[in-house]
Design a protein around this ligand. Structure first.
Ligand SMILES: NC(=O)c1ccc[n+]([C@@H]2O[C@H](COP(=O)([O-])OP(=O)(O)OC[C@H]3O[C@@H](n4cnc5c(N)ncnc54)[C@H](OP(=O)(O)O)[C@@H]3O)[C@@H](O)[C@H]2O)c1
Length: 365
């Protein structure tokens, strides 16, 4: 019995590993991997969902079959779909294959599927085993689950600071606080995201490229959030050959005459700037599961206050910027008592050459 459990876990972990190969490419879909064993428990196929619009993990696994799956088992980290989307329903394929047992880590939070796929499998006589490696599976797809259950994109806020907690000099200069290795790491982190958000002032001060330097194709969407539309005529982000750029502005506060400065290849959207959560919702609606906020203190403070941030990545460099007027990662939250401050969940700490990278998590809603 114990050996059986170990074997089931082994195959589900394989499915989760395969799923993770789609990291950063599957949105608005989840990351899914599937493994098929024959009736003698020999591996006869596997597959994973590469990107949205392409076959689902189960379909990939059926396409790769080396032997008849009749009487065999399938391991899949998410409930198979039962609706016709860009690709046909996976439950039909599982049922018609004659698979006897299916091991599923977690239910799909997508309302079109949630529980219905499992019900259809059971009704067709397939034995469903739900919950194997559930924790790992939920962790892998937490941004997909977050978007489906809240209609907001899962937000990660990232900044780089000196050991004395400064993110820029008082004149706004911040290139470069961290070392080259940390900056390369940021490029590879960016490839896990569907969009990267900054405020207008970061565009004016830093003129960033805000891309993965070719690590991801297509690159994450770059979003500039502005109240004023006071953006430069020339900016690195206006070159949209490899990455899309969207300027999101508030028509109640912006000078719309300045729209002429924005080149036509850049998309423009109107949105109230009162609550940055609207940006999170707008991007979720466009299919972004996970977004990276790389903004300065003003936008970071309102994004954190309004619940757009679920995770924080801080790079700390062994430098002292000093000065009362140098920039902090945040503005004032106006806390009066220590029990009002924001407590973060557990930390992951890594050394990146001479820098330190710390990941913290906020409580999910
Ligand atoms: N070290 C780091 O990690 C790091 C990272 C990012 C930025 N920085 C530095 O931070 C500085 C810029 O800081 P910043 O605070 O002005 O950042 P920001 O990222 O430009 O955000 C503020 C801007 O966002 C726009 N905005 C739209 N809605 C908003 C809202 N609800 N609340 C606040 N802002 C809203 C406004 O743009 P408009 O003014 O266009 O209306 C506002 O000026 C630069 O010097 C940059 O170098 C450092």
């Amino acid at each position: 019995m114990f050996e059986e459990d170990v074997s089931h876990t082994k195959w589900m972990k394989r499915a989760i590993y395969l799923a993770s190969l789609g990291k950063g490419k599957t949105s608005p879909n989840p990351m899914v991997g599937a493994v098929i064993l024959d009736k003698n428990r020999n591996l006869i196929s596997e597959g994973f969902h590469h990107k949205a619009g392409e076959p689902h993990a189960e379909a990939m696994a059926f396409n790769n079959l080396k032997k008849d799956a009749k009487g065999g088992s399938m391991y899949v980290n998410l409930e198979p779909c039962c609706h016709q989307g860009k690709t046909p329903p996976c439950v039909d394929k599982v049922i018609s294959s004659g698979i006897k047992d299916i091991y599923i880590s977690s239910e799909d939070p997508d309302k079109r599927v949630s529980g219905k796929g499992i019900k259809m499998l059971k009704e067709a006589g397939v034995k469903v085993h739900l919950g194997l490696c559930k924790k790992e599976s939920l962790e892998l797809n937490k941004s997909f689950i977050y978007r489906n259950t809240t209609n907001n994109a899962y937000g990660v806020l990232k900044w780089a600071m000196s050991i004395d907690g400064r993110i820029a000099l008082k004149n706004g200069k911040s290139k470069w606080i961290t070392n080259k290795k940390s900056r390369s790491l940021v490029h590879s982190y960016r490839s896990e995201f569907d969009a990267i958000i900054i405020g207008g002032n970061t565009l004016r001060k830093d003129n960033p490229l805000l891309n993965t330097r070719g690590l991801k194709a297509p690159e994450p969407i770059r979003v500039v959030f502005t109240k004023t539309l006071d953006l430069p005529e020339k900016a690195n982000m206006w070159d949209c050959k490899t990455a899309k750029t969207i300027v999101v502005y508030d028509s109640s506060t912006a000078n719309e005459k300045l729209l002429t400065r924005i080149p036509e290849q850049v998309e423009v959207e109107k949105l109230s700037s009162d609550n940055p959560k609207l940006i999170s919702q707008l991007l979720a609606k466009r299919g972004c599961n996970k977004v990276l906020w790389e903004c300065g203190p003003k936008l970071a403070t309102s994004a954190l206050k309004s619940g757009c941030i679920q995770e924080i990545i801080t790079f700390i460099a062994p430098k002292i910027l000093g000065g009362e007027n140098c920039m902090n990662p945040f503005g004032d939250f106006e806390f009066q008592e220590m029990d009002e401050v924001i407590n973060l969940n557990h930390s992951q700490v890594n050394l990146v050459g001479s820098d330190i990278c710390v990941k913290n998590f906020l409580k999910l809603l």
